[in-house]
Design a protein around this ligand. Structure first.
Ligand code: SPV
Ligand code: MG
Length: 442
């Protein structure tokens, strides 16, 4: 039975509240014994640097949680740290499972103890409910996959929640798994990629073909399906020039149906060549009017609210000025582009920085996407200070795999056997057998 004989006291309980389970109900019930339970519901912004974004939006989670017996009110918690909210709401108690005593979040616990002591409040730790947790449930849900709509909308959520969204190139199911599951801890912070880039360069190169739109859309999407099947994170699709205006609307709808979050199209016409050739190749830009018409055609065809059409400006690649790039990008946004990608092969990054700072003076909000392949000396944090919202590592899975494979092939030739190559360049057989989840039947 729900007993609360101490209505005047305030009990603070922070939670993500994405997947409700008995452990959370238990902690709410425990909290309600001490007073009115205020749920500090973590916002996307609070979560984004520490965990994967929740499946439900903040408003959806709030609706569920405010209807749970024992919850008095739900307030946003905008930081991973509790300190600001504890100072704001001055609870008499804060309640938390005792699982935060170990691991990367221990510093959060230390801060909470210090703050509550200063406020004259008390920290209640209750035994963590064994065998059930948000993360174990999340693993099970991840194994089921994601709906196209949830995947599609997650890129916009990430852009508004994170200072910078980190995207890794993926050209097949295996590289998709790497982008999906690779994570590291840096200074106590969990880090992983936020999504994937379907690069025209690596899609073509992995087929032994040049990056000139020779691999058609149907083939690329057919192959992309392999990756969509084994991942849940958002995809940004490299749409090259977007093709003919009359065709681009169909491309947009096809991508939306698959749950792709965004397409980036570049303002070039004629035979497309890879941008990293710079002025060594003929790079002919569309007229501003012509490209704006393509953006408009795409936006008119779009049926979901969240799909993004991002315009990619090739002025700096074609040897033109930052002024030219600015004029174009502002026009593209006015035509309806949901973001701009500015590209350059200049190693200094100066042109990109100047563009971003000047673009931000005119347009504080439209997302800027950057592909720092040549100016790779800058960290994501530095790029974010220029106003960049999305950083794409555009070809690194393919570029790192290829030299390793060549080395292995050469070593087999040199030694007339595979012993040396296996020892030096190959993962153990046991490891490859267990690499793909679900390979071994129990
Ligand atoms: C790609 O990855 O295919 C791109 C980025 O379009 S770049 O290769 O730098 O042009
Ligand atoms: Mg490309």
């Amino acid at each position: 039975m729900y007993i609360n004989d101490n209505m005047a006291k305030k009990v603070y309980l922070g939670m993500i509240g994405d997947i409700m389970h008995p452990g959370l109900i238990n902690i709410i019930n425990e909290g309600a014994k001490y007073g009115d339970v205020i749920i500090g519901l973590f916002t996307d912004k609070a979560i984004a640097n520490h965990r994967r974004l929740p499946y439900l939006t903040w408003e959806q989670r709030k609706t569920v949680i405010e209807h749970i017996i024992g919850v008095s009110s739900v307030v946003p918690q905008d930081e991973w740290s509790y300190v600001e909210n504890l100072k704001r709401y001055k609870p008499d108690y804060i309640i938390h499972g005792d699982d935060w005593q170990y691991g990367p979040d221990k510093y959060i616990r230390d801060e909470v103890f210090k703050t509550m002591e200063r406020l004259g409040g008390e920290v209640i730790e209750i035994p963590y409910t064994k065998g059930i947790s948000d993360s174990s449930l999340k693993e099970e849900i991840d194994a089921l996959g994601v709906t196209p709509q949830a995947r599609l909308s997650s890129l916009r959520r990430l852009i508004s929640a994170k200072p910078v969204v980190r995207i890794l190139e993926s050209h097949n199911g295996l590289t998709g798994l790497i982008a999906e599951h690779t994570s590291v801890e840096v200074n106590g912070q969990h880090r992983e990629f936020d999504g994937m880039w379907a690069s025209s360069l690596t899609d073509s190169t992995s087929k032994g073909k040049p990056d000139i739109e020779a691999v058609d859309l149907t083939t690329r999407l057919h192959d992309l399906n392999d990756t969509l099947e084994v991942t849940t994170k958002p995809f940004i699709f490299d749409g090259d020039t977007g093709g003919k205006i009359e065709h681009f609307g169909f491309t947009v709808r096809t991508l939306e149906r698959l749950g792709i979050s965004a397409v980036i199209i570049e303002d070039k016409v004629g035979l497309k060549q890879n941008s990293l050739f710079g002025t060594d190749a003929i790079q002919t830009q569309d007229t501003i009017e012509g490209f704006c018409n393509k953006i408009k055609a795409g936006k008119e065809s779009q049926i979901t609210r969240d799909f993004m059409i991002i315009s990619r400006c090739e002025s700096l690649i074609a040897g033109k000025s930052v002024d030219d790039a600015l004029e174009r990008c502002l026009a593209y946004v006015a035509a309806g582009a949901d973001g701009v990608m500015i590209h350059s092969k200049n190693k200094s990054g100066e042109d990109i920085k100047e563009f971003c700072l000047r673009f931000r003076e005119k347009d504080p909000h439209t997302p800027i996407v950057a592909v720092p392949t040549t100016y790779n000396q800058f960290t994501e944090e530095e790029l974010a200070t220029w106003g960049i919202n999305v950083v794409i590592y555009a070809n690194h899975m393919l570029r790192s795999a290829y030299p390793a494979m060549v080395k292995c092939a050469e070593t087999i030739l040199e030694t007339s056997r595979s012993l040396e190559a296996s020892d030096k360049y190959c993962m153990p057989i046991k490891q490859i057998l267990n690499l793909i989840p679900g390979t071994k039947k129990k």
